[in-house]
Ligand binder design. Structure first.
Ligand SMILES: *Cc1c(COP(=O)(O)O)cnc(C)c1O
Length: 413
């Protein structure tokens, strides 16, 4: 069959790669051990010569493998490893591909826990420089002879900054540096980082891919663009595999197997089910975010609105050129920050909660919650004001959302 469309490939993926008894979903495999009639096959699975086999569920099950195939297909990559959370995927990627004495260049505009993880990397002797990744010159200037990796997010949470994704991809390719892109906010429904030369793509499956706020998961996908045979930190035992496979192989063995943050089959099934409607939900939630951003930008009680789908956004052109939508994430400030608590309390639909990419709209004041531990200096460097509110648009009917904001914002008068 010709290359299938995005949603066709997700909903028919399991069936086309084979399930049992004609079941249309991959079953939930709960076995921890996998036994074999012949011991040669057991040995083959351990040594990697018997492809597609399983031995112990910490390294994967048929159910997690089916989800990995799905994510690989969505990102148009060559392979994926799933983890128990997005942070586990990011941590395993850093700790298996970077060593003491190496240097990581990272965007200053990243998820708060990722920023906190940079601190841990520094204590282990891995140097991290954070830069304004919207400016490719800043990235270039930060690169040193021992720079092994550049890390960015597609749309930064909560400030919605968009790095110069293509420019950084070009620099990484020219200098042979691994380019790791966290695609969580855009998701493969809006953007495939492979298009800008990403080596590895991270997705927190917890967010819009699972989509309903009922499962945690994370994934790292190899796009096949990076030549791991040139990467100095691949262990000798993984050099025997094809160059394209070495990066993921090392992450699966040293990261998933040894560090142990495995995704369960039950969660993998829930995520796979959610992923079937990814494109439909992202379309609706992104349409809602744009309509809300336009409404808020025109409202006299509102100060700045940060949303890449607005012409006023500094990276509007990049969003138009690279993404098929500006996502469901937007942030804004009130004219009168002192009215914030009353106004947020007056909202009836948005749930006052952390979390992103849910079917329900979620709202949270950023500085006193998710970025509280970061402190005022880090918040300032990330463009987070004391009065910033972050909104993750859900799939509700837009008229209901706008009516709700209209009534709550009357309290600003
Ligand atoms: C939520 C998030 C993560 C972490 O994912 P978890 O599944 O919650 O561990 C990483 N990056 C971004 C951009 C996120 O929004």
């Amino acid at each position: 069959m010709e290359k299938q469309g995005f949603t066709t490939a997700i909903v028919h993926g399991d069936r086309n790669t084979g399930t049992e008894h004609g079941g249309v979903h991959q079953p939930i495999h709960t076995s921890v051990q996998y036994g074999f009639d012949r011991v040669e096959d057991l040995i083959g699975v351990f040594q990697g010569t018997k492809k597609g086999g399983f031995n112990y569920a910490r390294q994967g099950t048929p159910t997690t493998a089916a989800l990995e195939r799905k994510i690989t297909s969505l990102e148009e990559g060559v392979g994926t490893i799933c983890f128990s959370t997005g942070m586990a995927a990011i941590t395993a990627t850093f700790l298996t591909l970077l060593r003491a004495g190496d240097h990581l260049v990272a965007s200053r505009y990243v998820f708060g826990n990722t920023n906190s993880l940079f601190g841990t990397l520094r204590t282990l002797g891995i140097d991290v420089t954070t830069v304004d990744a919207c400016n490719v010159e800043d990235v270039k200037q930060a690169i040193r002879p021992n720079t092994r990796m550049v890390f960015v997010e597609t749309i930064a949470n909560p400030g919605t900054q968009i790095p110069d994704l293509q420019g950084i991809g070009n620099v990484c390719r020219e200098r042979g540096i691994a380019y790791v892109v966290d695609n969580t906010i855009t998701s493969p429904a809006l953007f495939k980082p492979k298009a800008v030369g990403a080596s590895l793509v991270i997705n927190s499956l917890t967010k819009t891919i699972a989509g309903h706020g009922t499962a945690l998961g994370g994934a790292v996908t190899d796009t096949g663009l990076f030549d791991w045979s040139t990467y100095p930190n691949i262990a000798e035992e993984y050099r025997r595999s094809a160059a394209k496979e070495q990066g993921l192989l090392q992450i699966r063995k040293k990261g998933l197997r040894d560090m142990g943050a495995a995704l369960s089959s039950e969660q993998a099934h829930t995520i796979a089910l959610g992923a079937e409607t990814l494109a439909l939900r992202v379309k609706q939630s992104s349409d809602n975010a744009l309509a809300l951003a336009q409404f808020l930008e025109g409202h006299k009680a509102i100060g700045n609105v940060y949303y890449p789908g607005l012409k006023s956004h500094p990276q509007y052109e990049i969003a138009q050129a690279l993404f098929s939508g500006a996502s469901w994430l937007l942030s804004f400030e009130l004219q009168k920050a002192e009215r914030m608590i009353d106004i947020v309390n007056a909202l009836e639909l948005p749930i006052k909660a952390t979390g992103l990419g849910d079917t329900r709209t979620l709202i949270i004041p950023v500085a006193p919650t998710i970025f509280f531990e970061a402190g005022p200096e880090t918040r300032k460097a990330m463009g987070i004001s004391d009065g910033m509110l972050r909104l993750s648009a859900g799939i509700e009917d837009i008229d209901d959302l706008i009516a709700d904001f209209s009534q709550a914002l009357k309290l600003a008068a």
